[in-house]
Design a protein around this ligand. Structure first.
Ligand SMILES: [Mn+2]
Length: 366
């Protein structure tokens, strides 16, 4: 399983001079915006964040409206670290069965229930455009707005503080870097939440974004005595009965417009009839990608009647983030995993989209 937002390992470019100068400007003035790109900015970001968070301040933490394992694990771990530092923390999201056992998941607040103003708001593992509308309103009103992310497609405009590190396999690894920079001692609760994030975005250390750093991080987390096997089983493998039923329908829908392209369609009626939720479809697109000979897999999910959510995955050549953005200007993600939304009846959307998918496959494999 891989999030929409996990990616092939990418080499960080040097920080643009403008970003560096803005970052150093923030050290002088706590109100100037500060932006970092790449893991190299982690300590500077952590220090700037700490400067803005004296004990007693209120902080809101949220992932995108449909949080995945990395979003949830990152929010829970950073939330705990902030509480240990004396902040008043609200964590947004509905964790779903896969994440309900993680430490702190029980106190997450559903997105629509968020309305109280906070001193500082942080969006993790996705930019603010992906927040639930209710959360977005609170986020935009917050005097300090922070982005912590690893999506190559995330912009950094509109934040008082931002770190985007596309070379990091998961946002959870960035959170651990912050925890280390703050010298907060790692404990089993932090480790369990972070481990969930790391395994989600690396597909259990199988995706190409898994590097030596990720494995070293995992070793540190396992050393905390967490039940890594139980977390992996729950987060990556276990399915609700409704999830098995929707998986069966998704696999039965497989089309191969070309040998290298796998397309699946889950209609709204499938979700209704199987009683499946959107989160039950996590990891299903990877099953399509793992068909022999497939380079690009796309799962079309009719989330609401006439509204299709596309999950794109590639093995090597196709840049899914660029393809998602070409299909939908609001789409994006990582090179090997991305998503976008297209409206229209499923047949029509397939009819107009498949030629573009075929063109991308042929161009990438030429
Ligand atoms: Mn992620």
């Amino acid at each position: 399983m891989r999030s929409e937002h996990s990616t092939k390992k990418q080499v960080a470019g040097p920080n643009p001079a403008t970003e560096r100068s803005r970052a150093s400007a923030s050290a002088r003035s706590p109100t100037a915006p500060a932006v970092w790109r790449g893991r190299a900015g982690l300590v500077g970001f952590a220090e700037a964040l700490a400067d803005r968070l004296p004990a007693g301040r209120s902080v809101l933490l949220s992932g995108p409206a449909d949080p995945d394992g990395d979003s949830i694990g990152s929010c829970l771990a950073l939330g705990r670290a902030l509480e240990l530092r004396g902040l008043r923390v609200t964590i947004v999201g509905r964790p779903g069965a896969r994440y309900a056992d993680l430490p702190g998941a029980g106190r997450m607040v559903p997105d629509p229930a968020i309305h109280e103003d906070v001193d500082l708001a942080i969006v993790l593992d996705g930019e603010r455009g992906r927040l639930h509308a209710a959360v977005r309103a609170v986020f935009d009103r917050a005097p300090e707005r922070v982005l912590l992310d690893h999506h190559q497609s995330s912009g950094t405009e509109g934040y008082t503080l931002a770190l985007v590190a596309p070379e990091s396999a998961s946002t959870a690894e960035l959170v651990l870097g912050i925890i280390d920079a703050w010298a907060v001692p790692l404990d089993p609760q932090l480790a369990a939440a972070l481990f969930a994030g790391v395994i989600f975005d690396t597909g259990g250390f199988r995706h190409s974004n898994t590097g030596a750093d990720t494995l070293r991080t995992a070793a540190r987390l396992v050393e905390q005595g967490i039940d890594h096997n139980a977390i992996t089983l729950r987060v990556l493998h276990e399915r609700r009965p409704a999830g098995v039923a929707i998986l069966a329908r998704a696999l039965a829908s497989l089309q191969r417009p070309a040998p290298a392209l796998a397309v699946g369609l889950v209609r709204h009626v499938d979700l209704i009839e199987t009683d499946a939720e959107y989160s039950d479809l996590e990891g299903v697109v990877d099953q399509l990608l793992h068909v022999e000979g497939v380079e690009l897999a796309v799962l079309f999910i009719e989330r609401e009647p006439g509204l299709l959510r596309l999950s794109l995955r590639s093995r090597r050549q196709v840049d899914c983030a660029a393809l998602a953005r070409a299909l939908d200007p609001a789409g994006g993600g990582h090179r090997r995993a991305a998503g976008c939304v297209i409206s229209g009846p499923p047949e029509m959307v397939l009819h107009v989209t498949i030629p573009a998918l075929l063109a991308a496959v042929h161009a990438a494999m030429a």
